[in-house]
Design a protein around this ligand. Structure first.
Ligand SMILES: Nc1ncnc2c1ncn2[C@@H]1O[C@H](COP(=O)(O)OP(=O)(O)O)[C@@H](O)[C@H]1O
Ligand SMILES: [Mg+2]
Length: 217
């Protein structure tokens, strides 16, 4: 499966979720290609840090942008079990290219008003992409959510209204474990003294994406 983690909004957790998902699949024995489609190169920098820290990243990472992202991913996809594409936080050629080749789009959304608004922009991009890529499934997930409270539910309700985008019944809460693990080139699963809640939320997200039943259009 080719998964794009994308949102026109920056700082919503795209790279955090992309690398954690890629590592989770790699740890499950899958051959994973992580594509860094953001000119800021955060996923690639993370992968270098990771390779230095633990010896080998456990997945293959490449930097690809714009039209090259589309053509290269098309060629490379057959060699891997999973491709995870991390894109930048704007409406870029790379995001549009990624949407034309992806099987699924994961849209991380924080339960804050401006972030929820960005989902309408994503819905428009998804509609355009489906004109050339009708297999594209799109799901939003609340990331950096509050541990509890009404803001999560309000955001989830707003997401449920977005046209052509399903809302995953999974919430990834704002937890220190994510930046702490990333600072060591690790996923939350690999971090010493791991946070069991972060691990469980990541596992639920990965299961929803790859074991499939709850992704729909
Ligand atoms: N679930 C989370 N809990 C805590 N911090 C998070 C979470 N998701 C992302 N972050 C933090 O938020 C910031 C932005 O995340 P990042 O993945 O770089 O976003 P993006 O790629 O969308 O710009 C980073 O400092 C990251 O560590
Ligand atoms: Mg990023």
């Amino acid at each position: 499966m080719i998964l794009t983690v994308g949102n026109v909004k920056g700082g919503v957790g795209k790279t955090t979720l992309a690398v954690n998902i890629a590592i989770a699949r790699a740890l499950a024995g899958r051959d994973v290609l992580l594509v860094d489609g953001d000119e800021q190169g955060t996923a690639a920098a993370f992968t270098e840090l990771r390779a230095g820290a633990i010896g080998a990243a456990g997945y293959t990472a490449v930097i690809l942008q714009g039209a090259a992202l589309r053509t290269q991913v098309r060629q490379l996809a057959a060699k891997y079990d999973h491709v995870v594409i991390d894109v930048g936080g704007r409406d870029t050629g790379s995001l549009r290219a990624a949407l034309t080749v992806a099987d699924a789009l994961l849209i991380p959304v924080q339960p804050r008003t401006f972030d929820v608004w960005s989902v309408d922009q994503m819905a428009a991009l998804v509609r355009e992409a489906r004109a050339v890529n009708d297999k594209l499934r799109a799901v939003a997930v609340l990331n950096a959510a509050d541990p509890a409270g009404k803001d999560n539910d309000d955001a989830a309700a707003a997401l449920a209204d977005a046209d052509g985008i399903a809302c995953l019944d999974v919430r990834v809460v704002r937890r220190k474990a994510f930046p702490n693990a990333a600072a060591h080139g690790r996923s939350v699963v690999e971090q010493a003294g791991q946070d069991p809640k972060a691990v469980a939320e990541l596992a639920a997200l990965v299961a929803a994406l790859y074991d499939g039943a709850c992704i729909s259009r």
